[in-house]
Design a protein around this ligand. Structure first.
Ligand code: PGA
Length: 261
């Protein structure tokens, strides 16, 4: 099942950030599986993005229990292999049957100096290994207050997708995450989030054409909780959510996945 108005399948992703060791990750995944019925995940794609050290454990739990969720990673390097101490390559993630990789999260951009050029190189590297990037874009509070939101997300989209094939752009997931809403308990109103997502969609159309841009699933991220997910998902322009804090608890995350009931 897909969204009847947009034709795009909703996608709800958990970004655990630097939380949950692999023991906790296994317990979480089993509990989530127990909490969800088939009808909850029918027509909604669910993705878990644990830290690197949990990937193998979560992958085997998903596989052995046939849990209808996909595996995602939070980051990778753009090179295939080599002298990059501490880094993980897209080839390694692909071997673990990772399906999604978050790219350009604001924490990576702001704390670890990830530039638009690096984001672009990662996008291409992730596609090279047939995984799907979740490209994050969004403005700071300062940028928002000085009216620079649209210009910021337009520039991030143009640079991120530069030289990426149209059929890959069409299948990339984009997460619009206003930085002032991440982990703060403040979230954009559904109307505001949808308006900026519209700007993001237009920016994708400028790079790849309207037909491609209509296929791209664009999530909202930033203090998504069980209490606000339904109102966000009611907006036809919002195709899902990238959830940080509220994805750490299996009960909360299951309630977010069940936003339709
Ligand atoms: P949050 O994080 O839900 O805790 O605001 C979202 C994110 O950073 O992806």
């Amino acid at each position: 099942m897909t969204d009847t108005t947009s034709g795009r399948t909703p996608i709800i992703a958990a970004n655990w950030k630097m939380n949950h060791d692999h023991f906790v990750a296994i317990q979480f995944t089993q509990k989530l599986s127990y909490l969800l019925d088939k009808k909850d995940t029918d027509g909604v794609e669910v993705v878990l993005c644990p830290p690197f050290t949990d990937l193998r454990s979560v992958q085997t739990t998903i596989d052995s229990d046939r849990i209808p969720v996909s595996l995602g990673a939070q980051h990778c390097h753009f090179e295939e292999q080599g002298a990059f101490t501490g880094e993980i390559s897209p080839a390694m993630l692909a071997k673990l049957t990772v399906k999604y990789v978050i790219v350009g999260h604001s924490e990576r951009r702001e704390i670890f100096g990830e530039t638009n050029e690096m984001v672009n190189a990662k996008l291409k590297a992730i596609w090279k290994f047939n995984m799907t990037p979740i490209l994050c874009v969004g403005e700071t509070l300062e940028e928002r207050e000085s009216g620079e939101t649209d210009a910021k997300v337009q520039a991030q989209i143009a640079a991120g997708f530069d030289g990426v094939a149209k059929e890959q752009i069409a299948r990339t997931v984009v997460a619009y995450e206003p930085i002032w809403a991440i982990g703060t308990g403040r979230n954009a109103t559904p109307e505001d989030a949808e308006a900026t997502i519209g700007v993001v969609r237009d920016a994708i159309a400028s790079v790849a054409g309207a037909e491609v841009s209509e296929q791209v699933r664009i999530q909202y991220g930033g203090s998504v909780k069980p209490g606000n997910i339904a109102a966000l998902m009611e907006r036809p322009g919002i195709d899902g959510a990238l959830v940080g804090g509220a994805s750490l608890d299996p009960d909360d995350f299951a309630r977010i996945i069940r936003y339709r009931s």
